[in-house]
Design a protein around this ligand. Sequence first.
Ligand code: UT7
Length: 330
Amino acid sequence: MFAPVEIAGVASCVPARVVTNFELETMVDTSDEWISKRTGIKKRRIAVEETAVGMAAQAAAEALAMSGVGKDDIGLIVACTISGDNLTPAMASSVQKALDIPRCAAMDISAGCTGFVYALVTAISLMDTLGADSALVVASETMSKYVDWTDRSTCVLFGDGAGAVVLRRSEEPHMHYPILNAVPDTDAAIVIKKEARTTPFGPPVDGRMEYIRMNGSEVFTYAVEVMEDTLRRLHKMCGEKPYTKIIPHQANEKIIDYVMRTMRLDREQFFINISEYANTSSATIPIAMADAYRTGWLRQGDRVALVGFGSGLTSGGVVIDWTIPNKKEK
Ligand code: UT7
Protein backbone atom coordinates (compact mmCIF):
# COMPACT_ATOMS: atom_id res chain seq x y z
CA MET A 1 0.00 0.00 0.00
CA PHE A 2 1.20 3.49 -0.85
CA ALA A 3 1.53 6.33 1.68
CA PRO A 4 -0.96 9.18 1.01
CA VAL A 5 0.34 11.04 -2.04
CA GLU A 6 -1.23 13.07 -4.86
CA ILE A 7 -0.11 14.44 -8.20
CA ALA A 8 0.27 18.18 -7.75
CA GLY A 9 1.60 19.19 -11.16
CA VAL A 10 2.04 17.78 -14.64
CA ALA A 11 3.71 19.12 -17.79
CA SER A 12 5.35 18.03 -21.01
CA CYS A 13 7.96 19.35 -23.42
CA VAL A 14 8.35 18.19 -27.01
CA PRO A 15 10.80 19.30 -29.71
CA ALA A 16 9.79 22.02 -32.15
CA ARG A 17 10.53 19.99 -35.31
CA VAL A 18 7.46 18.14 -36.63
CA VAL A 19 8.12 15.22 -38.99
CA THR A 20 5.02 13.96 -40.80
CA ASN A 21 4.46 10.56 -42.36
CA PHE A 22 4.59 12.33 -45.71
CA GLU A 23 8.11 13.55 -44.98
CA LEU A 24 9.14 9.96 -44.14
CA GLU A 25 7.75 8.87 -47.52
CA THR A 26 10.63 10.84 -49.06
CA MET A 27 13.21 9.05 -46.89
CA VAL A 28 12.23 5.34 -46.82
CA ASP A 29 9.93 3.01 -48.76
CA THR A 30 6.78 3.73 -46.72
CA SER A 31 3.49 5.59 -47.00
CA ASP A 32 1.26 7.71 -44.84
CA GLU A 33 -1.46 5.14 -45.51
CA TRP A 34 0.62 2.21 -44.17
CA ILE A 35 1.78 4.07 -41.07
CA SER A 36 -1.66 5.51 -40.24
CA LYS A 37 -3.51 2.25 -40.83
CA ARG A 38 -1.08 0.00 -38.93
CA THR A 39 -0.19 2.32 -36.04
CA GLY A 40 -2.43 5.42 -35.87
CA ILE A 41 0.70 7.63 -36.10
CA LYS A 42 0.47 10.77 -38.26
CA LYS A 43 3.50 12.72 -37.10
CA ARG A 44 6.21 12.83 -34.48
CA ARG A 45 8.49 15.46 -32.91
CA ILE A 46 12.22 15.07 -33.49
CA ALA A 47 14.91 16.69 -31.35
CA VAL A 48 17.21 18.88 -33.41
CA GLU A 49 18.45 21.51 -30.96
CA GLU A 50 16.75 19.89 -27.96
CA THR A 51 18.39 17.36 -25.62
CA ALA A 52 16.84 14.75 -23.34
CA VAL A 53 18.03 16.65 -20.27
CA GLY A 54 16.86 20.01 -21.66
CA MET A 55 13.35 18.69 -22.36
CA ALA A 56 13.22 16.92 -18.99
CA ALA A 57 14.23 20.11 -17.17
CA GLN A 58 11.67 22.19 -19.07
CA ALA A 59 8.82 19.75 -18.33
CA ALA A 60 9.93 19.48 -14.69
CA ALA A 61 10.11 23.27 -14.27
CA GLU A 62 6.57 23.67 -15.64
CA ALA A 63 5.18 20.85 -13.50
CA LEU A 64 6.80 22.44 -10.43
CA ALA A 65 5.39 25.88 -11.25
CA MET A 66 1.91 24.36 -11.63
CA SER A 67 2.20 22.47 -8.32
CA GLY A 68 3.36 25.43 -6.24
CA VAL A 69 5.93 23.09 -4.66
CA GLY A 70 9.20 24.95 -3.98
CA LYS A 71 12.57 23.59 -5.05
CA ASP A 72 13.60 23.38 -1.38
CA ASP A 73 10.71 21.01 -0.68
CA ILE A 74 11.73 18.34 -3.19
CA GLY A 75 13.15 15.34 -1.38
CA LEU A 76 13.65 13.13 -4.38
CA ILE A 77 14.02 13.19 -8.17
CA VAL A 78 13.41 9.99 -10.11
CA ALA A 79 13.99 10.16 -13.86
CA CYS A 80 13.59 7.50 -16.50
CA THR A 81 15.03 7.15 -19.97
CA ILE A 82 16.41 4.58 -22.38
CA SER A 83 17.71 7.22 -24.80
CA GLY A 84 19.26 9.86 -22.56
CA ASP A 85 22.22 12.14 -23.23
CA ASN A 86 24.76 10.51 -20.92
CA LEU A 87 25.47 7.15 -19.31
CA THR A 88 26.42 9.12 -16.19
CA PRO A 89 25.52 11.36 -14.43
CA ALA A 90 21.95 10.19 -14.14
CA MET A 91 19.35 12.28 -15.97
CA ALA A 92 17.80 13.02 -12.54
CA SER A 93 21.10 14.60 -11.43
CA SER A 94 21.29 16.65 -14.64
CA VAL A 95 17.73 17.91 -14.08
CA GLN A 96 18.65 18.78 -10.49
CA LYS A 97 21.62 20.79 -11.79
CA ALA A 98 19.63 22.46 -14.57
CA LEU A 99 16.89 23.60 -12.17
CA ASP A 100 19.28 24.34 -9.31
CA ILE A 101 17.38 22.08 -6.92
CA PRO A 102 19.15 21.88 -3.54
CA ARG A 103 20.22 18.68 -1.80
CA CYS A 104 17.88 15.74 -2.39
CA ALA A 105 18.01 12.14 -3.62
CA ALA A 106 18.38 11.74 -7.40
CA MET A 107 18.40 8.59 -9.50
CA ASP A 108 17.37 7.08 -12.85
CA ILE A 109 15.22 4.08 -13.66
CA SER A 110 15.60 2.03 -16.83
CA ALA A 111 12.61 -0.18 -17.58
CA GLY A 112 12.02 0.39 -21.29
CA CYS A 113 8.74 2.04 -22.23
CA THR A 114 7.36 1.02 -18.79
CA GLY A 115 9.96 3.34 -17.23
CA PHE A 116 7.49 6.01 -16.12
CA VAL A 117 5.24 3.57 -14.27
CA TYR A 118 8.31 2.07 -12.58
CA ALA A 119 9.64 5.55 -11.74
CA LEU A 120 6.30 6.67 -10.30
CA VAL A 121 5.97 3.60 -8.08
CA THR A 122 9.63 3.91 -6.99
CA ALA A 123 9.23 7.60 -6.15
CA ILE A 124 6.07 7.09 -4.10
CA SER A 125 7.64 4.20 -2.20
CA LEU A 126 10.86 6.13 -1.56
CA MET A 127 9.00 9.25 -0.43
CA ASP A 128 7.73 7.17 2.46
CA THR A 129 11.09 5.53 3.17
CA LEU A 130 13.00 8.84 3.05
CA GLY A 131 10.30 10.98 4.68
CA ALA A 132 10.15 13.26 1.63
CA ASP A 133 7.16 15.60 1.32
CA SER A 134 7.47 16.03 -2.44
CA ALA A 135 9.12 14.32 -5.38
CA LEU A 136 9.74 14.98 -9.04
CA VAL A 137 9.24 12.18 -11.57
CA VAL A 138 10.53 12.88 -15.09
CA ALA A 139 10.63 10.86 -18.30
CA SER A 140 12.56 12.10 -21.32
CA GLU A 141 13.55 10.36 -24.52
CA THR A 142 15.44 11.13 -27.70
CA MET A 143 14.55 7.89 -29.48
CA SER A 144 15.40 9.52 -32.83
CA LYS A 145 19.09 9.13 -31.93
CA TYR A 146 18.65 5.36 -31.60
CA VAL A 147 16.60 4.47 -34.66
CA ASP A 148 18.05 3.57 -38.01
CA TRP A 149 16.53 6.17 -40.33
CA THR A 150 16.96 3.78 -43.25
CA ASP A 151 14.93 1.00 -41.56
CA ARG A 152 11.25 1.55 -42.36
CA SER A 153 10.14 -1.13 -39.89
CA THR A 154 11.27 0.94 -36.87
CA CYS A 155 11.98 4.54 -37.88
CA VAL A 156 8.32 5.40 -38.51
CA LEU A 157 7.29 4.32 -35.00
CA PHE A 158 9.25 6.54 -32.62
CA GLY A 159 9.45 10.18 -31.56
CA ASP A 160 11.10 12.41 -28.95
CA GLY A 161 9.71 14.23 -25.93
CA ALA A 162 9.47 14.54 -22.16
CA GLY A 163 6.86 14.62 -19.42
CA ALA A 164 7.01 15.28 -15.69
CA VAL A 165 4.83 15.08 -12.61
CA VAL A 166 5.25 16.49 -9.11
CA LEU A 167 4.16 14.22 -6.26
CA ARG A 168 3.09 15.71 -2.94
CA ARG A 169 2.14 14.13 0.35
CA SER A 170 -1.62 14.46 0.91
CA GLU A 171 -4.23 13.86 3.61
CA GLU A 172 -5.87 10.98 1.76
CA PRO A 173 -4.22 8.41 -0.52
CA HIS A 174 -4.71 9.27 -4.20
CA MET A 175 -2.31 6.77 -5.79
CA HIS A 176 -3.16 3.08 -5.56
CA TYR A 177 -2.48 -0.51 -6.56
CA PRO A 178 1.05 -0.57 -8.00
CA ILE A 179 1.74 -3.42 -10.40
CA LEU A 180 5.31 -3.89 -11.68
CA ASN A 181 6.20 -6.93 -13.74
CA ALA A 182 8.90 -8.32 -16.00
CA VAL A 183 9.44 -11.53 -17.90
CA PRO A 184 12.63 -12.59 -19.71
CA ASP A 185 12.85 -11.38 -23.31
CA THR A 186 14.09 -14.77 -24.51
CA ASP A 187 13.97 -13.85 -28.21
CA ALA A 188 15.48 -10.36 -27.75
CA ALA A 189 12.28 -8.80 -29.09
CA ILE A 190 13.36 -5.20 -28.30
CA VAL A 191 17.03 -4.36 -27.96
CA ILE A 192 19.29 -1.31 -28.22
CA LYS A 193 22.84 -2.56 -27.69
CA LYS A 194 25.25 -0.19 -26.03
CA GLU A 195 28.03 1.15 -28.24
CA ALA A 196 31.00 -1.19 -27.94
CA ARG A 197 34.56 0.14 -27.55
CA THR A 198 37.89 -1.54 -28.05
CA THR A 199 39.92 -2.05 -24.87
CA PRO A 200 43.65 -2.93 -24.63
CA PHE A 201 42.59 -6.32 -23.23
CA GLY A 202 40.52 -7.80 -26.02
CA PRO A 203 40.24 -7.96 -29.78
CA PRO A 204 39.24 -4.78 -31.64
CA VAL A 205 35.49 -4.26 -31.90
CA ASP A 206 33.85 -2.21 -34.55
CA GLY A 207 32.54 0.38 -32.06
CA ARG A 208 29.69 1.51 -34.23
CA MET A 209 26.47 2.90 -32.85
CA GLU A 210 23.81 0.23 -32.44
CA TYR A 211 20.23 1.01 -33.41
CA ILE A 212 16.98 -0.27 -31.99
CA ARG A 213 16.06 -3.76 -33.14
CA MET A 214 12.54 -4.99 -32.66
CA ASN A 215 10.41 -7.97 -33.55
CA GLY A 216 7.20 -5.99 -34.05
CA SER A 217 4.68 -8.81 -34.18
CA GLU A 218 6.15 -10.53 -31.11
CA VAL A 219 6.02 -7.28 -29.14
CA PHE A 220 2.45 -6.70 -30.35
CA THR A 221 1.33 -10.10 -28.99
CA TYR A 222 3.10 -9.46 -25.68
CA ALA A 223 1.70 -5.93 -25.44
CA VAL A 224 -1.99 -6.82 -25.83
CA GLU A 225 -1.61 -9.70 -23.39
CA VAL A 226 0.03 -7.71 -20.57
CA MET A 227 -2.05 -4.60 -21.11
CA GLU A 228 -5.26 -6.58 -20.74
CA ASP A 229 -3.92 -8.56 -17.78
CA THR A 230 -2.73 -5.41 -15.98
CA LEU A 231 -6.02 -3.58 -16.58
CA ARG A 232 -8.05 -6.56 -15.36
CA ARG A 233 -5.93 -6.84 -12.23
CA LEU A 234 -6.22 -3.12 -11.52
CA HIS A 235 -9.98 -3.34 -12.01
CA LYS A 236 -10.20 -6.13 -9.47
CA MET A 237 -8.01 -4.25 -6.98
CA CYS A 238 -10.19 -1.14 -7.32
CA GLY A 239 -13.19 -3.11 -6.02
CA GLU A 240 -16.25 -0.92 -5.57
CA LYS A 241 -14.57 2.19 -6.97
CA PRO A 242 -13.39 1.11 -10.44
CA TYR A 243 -11.27 3.30 -12.69
CA THR A 244 -13.30 4.92 -15.45
CA LYS A 245 -10.46 6.30 -17.58
CA ILE A 246 -7.26 4.80 -18.93
CA ILE A 247 -4.02 6.44 -20.04
CA PRO A 248 -2.07 3.69 -21.80
CA HIS A 249 1.47 3.62 -23.18
CA GLN A 250 1.17 4.93 -26.74
CA ALA A 251 3.10 2.40 -28.85
CA ASN A 252 0.52 1.58 -31.48
CA GLU A 253 -3.15 2.58 -31.62
CA LYS A 254 -3.95 -0.95 -32.86
CA ILE A 255 -2.70 -2.37 -29.54
CA ILE A 256 -5.08 -0.06 -27.68
CA ASP A 257 -7.95 -0.89 -30.09
CA TYR A 258 -7.38 -4.60 -29.58
CA VAL A 259 -7.51 -4.31 -25.77
CA MET A 260 -10.54 -2.02 -26.04
CA ARG A 261 -12.39 -4.67 -28.06
CA THR A 262 -11.45 -7.70 -25.95
CA MET A 263 -12.29 -5.90 -22.70
CA ARG A 264 -15.43 -4.30 -24.18
CA LEU A 265 -14.32 -0.82 -23.13
CA ASP A 266 -15.40 2.44 -24.79
CA ARG A 267 -13.03 4.51 -26.86
CA GLU A 268 -13.92 7.58 -24.76
CA GLN A 269 -12.38 5.85 -21.75
CA PHE A 270 -8.92 5.90 -23.36
CA PHE A 271 -6.73 8.94 -23.85
CA ILE A 272 -4.91 8.49 -27.16
CA ASN A 273 -2.49 11.02 -28.64
CA ILE A 274 -0.15 8.73 -30.60
CA SER A 275 -1.16 10.41 -33.88
CA GLU A 276 0.69 13.55 -32.72
CA TYR A 277 3.87 12.21 -31.13
CA ALA A 278 4.34 8.51 -32.11
CA ASN A 279 6.02 6.30 -29.50
CA THR A 280 8.19 8.39 -27.17
CA SER A 281 8.98 5.30 -25.07
CA SER A 282 8.85 6.02 -21.32
CA ALA A 283 7.63 9.58 -21.97
CA THR A 284 4.32 8.64 -23.65
CA ILE A 285 2.32 8.35 -20.42
CA PRO A 286 3.34 11.66 -18.80
CA ILE A 287 3.03 13.48 -22.15
CA ALA A 288 -0.47 11.99 -22.48
CA MET A 289 -1.29 12.99 -18.88
CA ALA A 290 -0.22 16.57 -19.59
CA ASP A 291 -2.32 16.68 -22.79
CA ALA A 292 -5.27 15.01 -21.06
CA TYR A 293 -5.19 17.67 -18.35
CA ARG A 294 -4.59 20.57 -20.74
CA THR A 295 -7.48 19.59 -23.01
CA GLY A 296 -9.90 19.08 -20.12
CA TRP A 297 -10.24 15.29 -20.68
CA LEU A 298 -8.81 14.65 -17.21
CA ARG A 299 -11.10 16.07 -14.55
CA GLN A 300 -10.89 16.42 -10.79
CA GLY A 301 -12.26 13.27 -9.15
CA ASP A 302 -11.48 10.98 -12.10
CA ARG A 303 -10.09 7.57 -11.23
CA VAL A 304 -7.52 6.77 -13.91
CA ALA A 305 -5.51 3.64 -14.70
CA LEU A 306 -2.02 4.12 -16.13
CA VAL A 307 -0.75 1.06 -17.98
CA GLY A 308 2.57 0.45 -19.70
CA PHE A 309 4.70 -2.24 -21.32
CA GLY A 310 8.08 -2.31 -22.98
CA SER A 311 11.51 -3.82 -23.41
CA GLY A 312 12.77 -6.12 -20.72
CA LEU A 313 10.09 -7.35 -21.18
CA THR A 314 8.52 -5.12 -18.54
CA SER A 315 4.95 -4.07 -17.82
CA GLY A 316 3.14 -2.21 -15.09
CA GLY A 317 0.19 -0.16 -13.97
CA VAL A 318 -1.08 2.09 -11.23
CA VAL A 319 -4.35 3.84 -10.38
CA ILE A 320 -4.59 7.58 -9.72
CA ASP A 321 -7.37 9.68 -8.25
CA TRP A 322 -6.94 12.96 -10.13
CA THR A 323 -7.09 15.87 -7.67
CA ILE A 324 -6.07 18.89 -9.76
CA PRO A 325 -9.08 20.99 -10.82
CA ASN A 326 -9.31 21.68 -14.50
CA LYS A 327 -8.98 25.38 -15.39
CA LYS A 328 -12.74 25.51 -16.09
CA GLU A 329 -13.48 23.78 -12.75
CA LYS A 330 -11.45 26.26 -10.66
O1 UT7 B 1 6.88 0.56 -27.00
C1 UT7 B 1 6.94 -0.81 -27.21
C2 UT7 B 1 7.65 -1.11 -28.47
N1 UT7 B 1 7.00 -1.42 -29.66
C3 UT7 B 1 5.74 -1.84 -29.93
O2 UT7 B 1 4.86 -1.90 -29.14
C4 UT7 B 1 5.48 -2.29 -31.34
C5 UT7 B 1 4.51 -3.44 -31.44
N2 UT7 B 1 4.32 -3.87 -32.81
C6 UT7 B 1 3.71 -3.13 -33.74
O3 UT7 B 1 3.25 -2.05 -33.45
C7 UT7 B 1 3.54 -3.69 -35.15
O4 UT7 B 1 3.96 -5.04 -35.15
C8 UT7 B 1 4.33 -2.88 -36.22
C9 UT7 B 1 3.67 -1.54 -36.43
C10 UT7 B 1 5.78 -2.68 -35.79
C11 UT7 B 1 4.33 -3.63 -37.55
O5 UT7 B 1 3.00 -3.85 -37.99
P1 UT7 B 1 2.55 -5.26 -38.54
O6 UT7 B 1 1.15 -5.11 -38.93
O7 UT7 B 1 2.89 -6.28 -37.48
O8 UT7 B 1 3.44 -5.42 -39.83
P2 UT7 B 1 4.55 -6.53 -40.15
O9 UT7 B 1 5.78 -6.31 -39.32
O10 UT7 B 1 3.90 -7.88 -40.12
O11 UT7 B 1 4.89 -6.18 -41.66
C12 UT7 B 1 3.91 -6.30 -42.69
C13 UT7 B 1 4.51 -5.80 -43.98
C14 UT7 B 1 5.88 -6.38 -44.30
O12 UT7 B 1 5.95 -6.56 -45.69
P3 UT7 B 1 5.73 -8.02 -46.34
O13 UT7 B 1 6.78 -8.88 -45.74
O14 UT7 B 1 4.34 -8.42 -45.95
O15 UT7 B 1 5.89 -7.77 -47.80
C15 UT7 B 1 6.84 -5.30 -43.92
O16 UT7 B 1 8.03 -5.33 -44.64
O17 UT7 B 1 4.69 -4.38 -43.90
C16 UT7 B 1 6.03 -4.07 -44.27
N3 UT7 B 1 6.44 -2.86 -43.56
C17 UT7 B 1 6.20 -1.63 -44.04
N4 UT7 B 1 5.62 -1.21 -45.17
C18 UT7 B 1 5.53 0.13 -45.33
C19 UT7 B 1 7.06 -2.77 -42.36
N5 UT7 B 1 7.23 -1.47 -42.04
C20 UT7 B 1 6.71 -0.76 -43.06
C21 UT7 B 1 6.59 0.62 -43.31
N6 UT7 B 1 5.99 1.01 -44.45
N7 UT7 B 1 7.03 1.56 -42.44
